[in-house]
Write a protein that binds this ligand. Structure first.
Ligand SMILES: Nc1ncnc2c1ncn2[C@@H]1O[C@H](COP(=O)(O)OP(=O)(O)OP(=O)(O)O)[C@@H](O)[C@H]1O
Ligand SMILES: [Mg+2]
Length: 405
């Protein structure tokens, strides 16, 4: 059922400038200029245009906007009760903290080792002041609550969450193979078989999330992690939301935004299928279907929907990408009566044995080089900060905003 939001009505993009998050920590990539003390500007972080194939792209930060309104009454469906962290309750002091694996808009992810078992995990650390300043309180609470409500082989598992007086911490399963982003940069583009494998596993991840009425909203190669056997694990539930019908929030990563998000229409799960079309295109072409350094020009291109197809693009893949990137929701694959089955039955993906893929019995096309379970070598090296974790004395005005941490 499609319900109209009450007030406030969402602004249109014409009169609301989407806030481009300027991360305090920046992504550095081996292909980008060496990390230095000088911060990159937000625009420097943008990806290289498609025409400059020799210039590998850099990580791209998501955009966010305040939640304008939502017909979904929050995340009340999920209780804060998480049996996995109840007994014994995990705390920061239980971990050795090792190097940074990745940085995002509001914090960083560190490799950690759980002292009692010596097992490795990834710990996402978010500064409460930053989260509040960027009006991401609801998103961060969603991230924590939805992650703990989910259980799928294609999604990272949340082991526990807690806070000190400064930071929020989420302890996640450590996905040792690194980002799909890294492999895509290394190979520039993937052969069809490789792209089909990742497409298939992302389809299964989305099927699971959508069955839970969760929209993911931030598909991009940086958020697709590769496990030790080469299988997909989606991370970053920073924009995931329980949405049984429609929502209005302007958020996502510019290259991957569906037209209906840009137009500030109410939107639903179909935005994830749109972003899958962007990912398929990017895996096969080596660059996204729409690109401009200026976000407003980029949005115009997305709305115009004119895709510059590389000459060698497989006609069947082209057909599927077209059906996913269509702005017409009554035609978009994934959003029709057949649901995700239309995508799974499409001729480009026809050879996939979906039951085998679901059981992770199809051998992955790329197996990461991993020397031990806590090997961080598949992740880029980031400048470390000398932040102290575990501050329980500073003033903590925001604790009550994060009740499930
Ligand atoms: N479970 C994990 N195992 C290994 N590495 C991880 C894990 N989760 C996240 N990372 C690394 O940390 C990076 C940043 O994490 P994440 O995307 O969750 O942060 P973010 O702040 O939401 O990022 P952004 O807002 O820029 O998309 C990821 O791209 C990945 O490289
Ligand atoms: Mg991310």
């Amino acid at each position: 059922m499609v319900t109209q939001a009450s007030s406030p009505h969402p602004d249109s993009l014409a009169n609301s400038t989407p806030r481009i998050v300027s991360p305090s920590d920046h992504h550095y990539h081996p292909y980008s200029p060496a990390p230095s003390a000088t911060s990159q500007t937000a625009s420097e972080q943008n990806r290289s245009p498609p025409s400059v194939h020799s210039q590998p792209k850099q990580h791209q930060s998501p955009i966010t906007a305040n939640t304008l309104a939502s017909v979904n009454g929050g995340h009340g469906a999920y209780s804060s009760h998480d049996p996995r962290i109840e007994k014994p309750r995990v705390t920061l002091e239980d971990f050795h903290i090792e190097r940074t694996l990745g940085t995002g808009s509001f914090g960083r992810v560190r490799l950690v080792q759980y002292k009692p078992t010596r097992q490795f995990y990834a710990m996402k650390v978010l500064k409460k002041t930053e989260v509040v300043r960027a009006k991401q309180v609801e998103h961060v609470n969603n991230e924590r609550d939805l992650l703990s409500a989910c259980s799928s082989p294609f999604l990272v598992t949340l082991l526990g969450a807690f806070q000190d007086n400064i930071n929020l911490y989420m302890v996640l399963e450590y996905v040792v193979g690194g980002e799909l982003f890294t492999y895509l940069r290394k190979y520039q583009r993937f052969p069809p078989q490789v792209a089909k494998f990742y497409t298939g596993e992302v389809v299964l991840a989305f099927e699971y999330l959508h069955s839970m009425d969760i929209i993911y909203r931030d598909l991009k190669p940086e958020n697709v992690l590769i496990d030790s056997r080469g299988h997909v694990k989606l991370t970053d539930f920073g924009f995931a939301k329980h949405v049984p019908d429609i929502t209005w929030t302007l958020c996502g990563t510019p290259d991957y935004l569906a037209p209906e998000i840009i137009q500030s229409k109410g939107y639903g799960k179909a935005v994830d299928w749109y972003s899958l079309g962007v990912l398929i295109f990017e895996m096969l072409a080596g660059y996204p279907p729409f690109y401009d350094e200026d976000h407003f020009k980029l949005y115009e291109k997305i709305l115009a929907g004119r895709i510059g197809w590389p000459s060698q693009f497989d006609p069947l893949a082209k057909d599927l990408v077209r059906r996913l990137l269509t702005p017409d929701l009554s035609k978009r694959f994934g959003n029709l009566k057949g649901g995700s089955q239309d995508i799974k039955n499409h001729r480009w993906l026809m050879e996939i044995d979906w039951a085998k893929l679901y059981n992770r019995q199809i051998p992955a096309p790329l197996i990461p080089q991993v020397s031990h379970t806590g090997d961080p070598s598949n992740f880029d090296i980031y400048p470390e900060t000398n932040e102290v974790y575990g501050n329980y004395t500073a003033s903590d005005p925001y604790r009550s905003k994060f009740p499930t941490f």
